[in-house]
Design a binder for this molecule. Structure first.
Ligand code: UTP
Length: 297
């Protein structure tokens, strides 16, 4: 029997060094794309996939993340008094039901694998999704829902994958692939950040996973991998052959919001999609294009 997918782990204990000084006293995951923090996009995406229980793996200076999903009584009272109903609704969207969030602490950022291992008691014997909030996916069907559907189809681990330029394989977790129906790809092996000449394919894992709990057994060995960090990719690789393991070419566009250029692109893409601001953004972009590229712009 395939167990239902109800749990998600969101690791948010990283230092966010690429965004300093913005992230000196503020969590990277609280940076807004348009008007919503990255972490809220991730939580909404998970809820759309049927996730009911959330575990935030936090570190120092990350309390605002948990606060964000709380009820803000005073603020709500003031908004109600002033008749600001749209703003009140926007606040409600960021609330989670009582008991839906737990936090665990990763005292030292020893790597993504170590962060996930910190959630082992929360995961127990259940399958779980992982969402890295700095990866934002703009899609018709929420990315985690696409993964959940593939999980219910296969009963095994499923990771979201996308093609990357061959020269950039050393930045990502890369798949060694078997059978491929164009969408679902059988995973034969996984390598973290291989040099282009050693990369078994150009298919890379993005920050969305559905994993079986057995991965914790391998994470608990605390083996160090690339960058001397405990790598999730290495622990997942050990599951291949034991449980079904697939990559899913998801529908949608992913933005790496942990990177300044990716973050900027996400702002524009998400703003263009908004009915209330898309036209204004298009107009100012046209102005910049004209300035940069002349009349053809
Ligand atoms: P990144 O590789 O983007 O690292 O982590 P980072 O520290 O957040 O950012 P930079 O590279 O210094 O700018 C990917 C995800 O894994 C989490 C991060 O919070 C982020 O969501 N993470 C990473 C942890 O929770 N713990 C770790 O030890 C490492």
């Amino acid at each position: 029997m395939i167990k239902p997918l109800r749990k998600a782990v969101l690791p948010v204990a990283g230092l966010g060094t690429r965004f300093l000084p913005a992230t000196k006293a503020m969590a990277k995951e609280m940076l807004p794309v348009v008007d919503k923090p990255l972490i809220q996009y991730a939580v909404e995406e998970a809820r759309a996939a049927g996730i009911e229980q959330f575990c935030f793996v936090t570190g120092r200076g990350k309390t605002a993340i948990v606060e964000h999903f709380d009820i803000a009584f005073e603020l709500e009272a003031v908004l109600r008094e002033r008749g600001k109903m749209a703003e009140l609704r926007a606040l409600r969207d960021s609330q989670l039901p009582p008991g839906a969030v737990v936090t665990v602490r990763q005292q030292e950022p020893l790597g993504l694998g170590h962060a996930i291992w910190c959630a082992r008691a929360f995961v127990g014997d259940d399958p779980f999704a992982i969402l890295l909030p700095d990866d934002l996916v703009l899609s018709e069907t929420p990315c985690t829902l696409q993964l959940a559907n593939a999980y219910y189809q296969t009963g095994g681990c499923v990771v979201a994958v996308t093609e990357v330029p061959h020269a950039q394989t050393n930045r990502y977790g890369i798949l060694d692939i078997g059978a491929d129906d164009g969408k679902l790809v059988e995973v034969r092996g996984l390598v973290e950040k291989p040099k282009p000449e050693d990369a078994p394919s150009d298919l890379s894992i993005i920050g969305r996973y559905v994993l079986r709990p057995e991965v914790m057994t391998y994470l608990s060995r605390m083996e160090r991998g690339a960058g001397n960090e405990v790598q999730l990719t290495d622990a997942m690789a050990k599951l291949i052959g034991q449980v079904p393991f697939h990559g899913l070419r998801y529908e949608g566009k992913r933005f790496d919001c942990g990177d300044k250029i990716g973050f900027l692109e996400a702002q524009i893409a998400f703003a263009l999609k908004r009915a209330d601001m898309g036209p204004a953004v298009r107009t100012f972009l046209q102005g910049y294009c004209k300035e940069l590229f002349g009349a053809q712009g």
